[in-house]
Design a binder for this molecule. Structure first.
Ligand code: NAD
Length: 356
């Protein structure tokens, strides 16, 4: 049986939801276009061992919505979308699988651009790109932007310093205890920057090799995965998976600042209020972690070299504005950021209507 694409009913607020299946290659994937109001949808592809098709569907809807906010805030003229492949990234990858996924992306005629997310490497994306020009984050070529992770890490690092400056009057990280949760593509790069800036590192991961590397090269203290919220530190940098801040963990957290790359760090919206009430400054994930999509956007728009650097610097200045507004008005940082996104999207729609 060939590749089949099934258009499912997208929940309110989402434009399209497509389920792609190809028994020959083993592909089972969802692609969600949340919004194309601000340009073609763009967002990475995640490969994850979801327990069920429903779990994958829930994840893609949530992640695609986050991309709309992230891309609007980053000023990159792209809408929000995401894709997820159901499978184990360690054992289920094959050329056929990624080519089949590439065909599914291509069938959307450029309304969705895909790139790397958790479980997907630039090598995998290069296979997808054999089937479609709408696969980005590629190594090489005239506009290839490569792995977006170092740019994500740089954006997180700049935000962390900007917030320190607002909160303490100095962006010096010397002696600050920073816990990096997840030492993957982004987390390890961030840990290196923090170490170079004089921070005292604490690291937590399920991957022993990454922990050993951080201990040996970055003089990091290791925190067992289950002890993160029982440990004392000043800054929390979640760089593993989403949902780590629940009502329970937010009440235990000892840090006064949360700034990390993981998408959807707050398990539920109420957590933002718990953090605010405890005077813990949470820097909205979709603002902080935009460095990777900014890098990819340069490739999509075939932009010159200044494009990425200019917009990367813009991330930290937006965080300064958001934090200052939150401290002044008492609104949560996420509320301030969401209001900004709404006004950006409303304006984009008005411009589009005016042009039509
Ligand atoms: P990755 O897969 O390279 O790294 C994730 C790391 O988290 C791995 O080392 C893994 O072992 C570890 N981990 C898994 N479960 C854990 C747990 N319970 N406790 C501690 N560590 C655990 O992924 P990445 O590309 O570094 O992305 C990290 C996060 O940042 C993800 O949430 C991703 O969606 C988000 N993000 C990444 C980018 C990017 O450019 N790569 C951009 C925006 C957002």
């Amino acid at each position: 049986m060939p590749l089949t694409l099934t258009e499912e009913k997208a929940p309110d607020g989402h434009e399209r939801l497509i389920y792609a299946e190809d028994p020959a290659s083993g592909l089972r994937a969802y692609i969600c276009l949340h919004s194309t109001a601000y340009g073609p949808a763009a967002g990475g592809c995640r490969m994850w061992n979801y327990a069920s098709k429903e779990e994958a569907r829930t994840d893609v809807l949530r992640l695609a919505g986050g991309m709309t906010s992230k891309n609007a805030m980053a000023g990159i003229e792209l809408g929000g979308g995401k894709s997820v492949i159901i499978g184990d990234a360690r054992t289920d990858k094959s050329e056929d699988l990624f080519r089949s996924f590439g065909q599914a992306v291509h069938s959307l005629n450029g309304t969705y651009y895909t790139a790397e997310d958790v479980g997907i490497s630039p090598e995998d994306m290069a296979v997808v790109a054999r089937e479609t020009p709408y696969a980005v984050g590629l190594d090489g070529g005239p506009h290839g932007s490569g792995d977006p992770s170092p740019f994500t890490a740089e954006g997180v690092f700049q935000c962390l310093r900007a917030a320190r400056e607002i909160l303490s009057g100095s962006d010096n990280l010397k002696g600050q205890r920073v816990l990096v949760q997840g030492l993957g593509h982004v987390g390890m790069s961030l840990a290196q920057k923090l170490h170079a800036a004089g921070a005292d590192l604490i690291v937590s991961d399920i991957n022993q090799a990454a922990l050993d590397e951080a201990r040996q090269k970055l003089d990091a203290e290791i925190c067992p995965v289950e002890a993160v919220f029982e440990t004392e530190f000043d800054i929390f940098a979640p760089c593993a998976l989403g949902g780590v801040l629940t009502a329970e963990t937010a009440r235990k957290l000892t840090a006064n600042l949360v700034c990390g790359a993981a998408n959807n760090q707050l398990a539920t919206p109420e957590v933002a209020e718990i953090l605010r009430a405890r005077n813990i400054q949470y820097l909205p994930d979709y603002v902080v972690n935009a460095g990777g999509i900014i890098s990819v956007a340069g490739e999509i728009h075939k932009a010159g070299p200044g494009y990425r650097e200019e917009r990367l610097t813009g991330i930290a200045s937006r965080i300064r504005d958001i934090l200052a507004d939150s401290l002044r008005t008492g609104k949560t940082t996420i509320q301030v950021a969401d209001d900004m996104v709404e006004s950006i999207l409303t304006q984009a729609l008005q411009v589009r209507k005016g042009a039509a």
